[in-house]
Design a protein around this ligand. Structure first.
Ligand code: KG4
Ligand code: ZN
Length: 353
């Protein structure tokens, strides 16, 4: 990776910066055209979810193969819908980690090929930075510093966003990600994949106080999460009901599990924003579209004088517009990658390779 001097951007009264962004880290093949980091000209998402539902979760080999089949068309559609051509772009950006290596490689290879053929600068983006940056698209006034709770199928992080591209990880999960817990519990209570939206929906019919599931704390790490104990508690509850011949109320289990997750996420987020001395809290990632989580954070933030920012549900899930938003600030910070850019499945936030 090389860095150049800070770019001239719109904020400094200069020309617009338009970026073609590509995302293929998991099971969504996506491309978008984003202007000045906040204006989405197109956002094409080709989801593979129906295919993976057959297997109860994402199958990495199938994901890679489907990305290869779809990527060129998705990129073409993104340019067409934006009414732009490649030669009107200022850069091509791509998620290069973290994620499934085979899936990432498809996007990275496509972006490198476009960069090589067109001469456009190449900007590699961290997937979580993308999720955080989705907030810039849907909350035009939001600027760092703020605290962001990032909760998805693969990650649960509490991040202090100090500046554009400058992050401090305050806490992370020690085991399962929040979305992973939703997916596993949904499977156990017969809701199927993907579990998060299904638990969200069925919980509306259930009593969140029906069953007392544990709220895990991690000794010595106040902001860290642990969800595997909660998942085991749900499985134990289901087993003991079965052994005793007691029928299980699916909606009550879903609502009680969801409340246990939401309580922990809200408590940690509020503590973080308070202790960082900040007045802004944002959320990001697939689980950020959970209605109970959004409602609980909205209430807590309002009660404590904290401004609460959340992306629209479509921007919470994996998409390329969020990668275009993150890429704009990376580009303006002078980040440029070479043709040796590789997929980094375990890329750390803030690490630049
Ligand atoms: O961010 P995302 O689309 O992909 C990853 O980067 O992982 O997140 C997907 C995760 C899945 O685990 C899914 O079950 C969860 O987000 N999810 C939800 C909701 N919608 C999606 N979890 C809880 N409530 C929801 N409404
Ligand atoms: Zn994601």
């Amino acid at each position: 990776m090389q860095t150049e001097n800070r770019c001239s951007n719109k904020d400094s009264g200069n020309k617009d910066i338009t970026i073609l962004a590509i995302e293929s880290s998991c099971d969504e093949t996506a491309a978008a055209v984003v202007r000045n980091g906040r204006e989405v000209l197109s956002n094409i998402i080709s989801s593979q979810i129906d295919l993976h539902t057959l297997y109860g979760g994402v199958v990495p080999e199938i994901a890679s193969r489907k990305h290869i089949e779809r990527i060129s068309q998705v990129i073409g559609e993104a340019l067409q819908e934006a009414g732009t051509k490649l030669d009107q772009m200022d850069a091509v950006a791509v998620t290069y980690g973290p994620g499934l290596v085979g899936a990432l490689l498809v996007g990275v290879s496509a972006a490198k090929a476009i960069s090589f053929a067109s001469g456009l600068p190449l900007v590699g983006v961290h997937h979580i930075e993308g999720h955080i940056s989705a907030n810039y698209i849907d909350n035009k006034e939001l600027e760092p510093p703020f605290v962001c709770l990032v909760v998805s199928g693969g990650h649960s992080h509490l991040v202090r966003v100090k500046d554009y591209g400058a992050y401090e990880i305050l806490g992370r999960t020690r085991d399962d990600a929040a979305g992973e817990a939703f997916d596993k519990v949904a499977r156990a209570i017969g809701l199927g994949y993907p579990g998060g939206p299904k638990i969200d929906k069925v919980s509306k019919e259930g009593n969140p106080d029906a069953i007392q599931f544990p709220r895990a704390k991690v000794a010595g790490a106040v902001y860290d999460f642990s969800f595997s104990g909660l998942k085991s508690a749900v499985l134990n509850y289901l087993n003991s009901c079965e052994m005793k011949g007691i029928s299980v109320c699916q909606a009550d289990v879903a609502a009680s599990f969801q409340k246990a997750v939401v309580d922990v996420l809200v408590e940690h987020s509020m503590q973080a924003v308070r202790e960082c001395g900040l007045k802004k809290l944002a959320i990001a990632g697939g689980v950020a579209s959970n209605t109970a989580l959004r409602a609980a954070l909205e209430k807590e933030c309002a009660a404590n004088g904290i401004a609460f920012y959340r992306p629209t549900p479509i921007m919470c899930t994996d998409n390329a517009a969020m990668i275009g938003a993150a890429a704009y600030y990376e580009f303006c910070n002078g980040v440029r990658h070479g043709y040796d850019l590789n997929a980094v499945p375990n890329l750390k936030l803030g690490e630049r390779i």
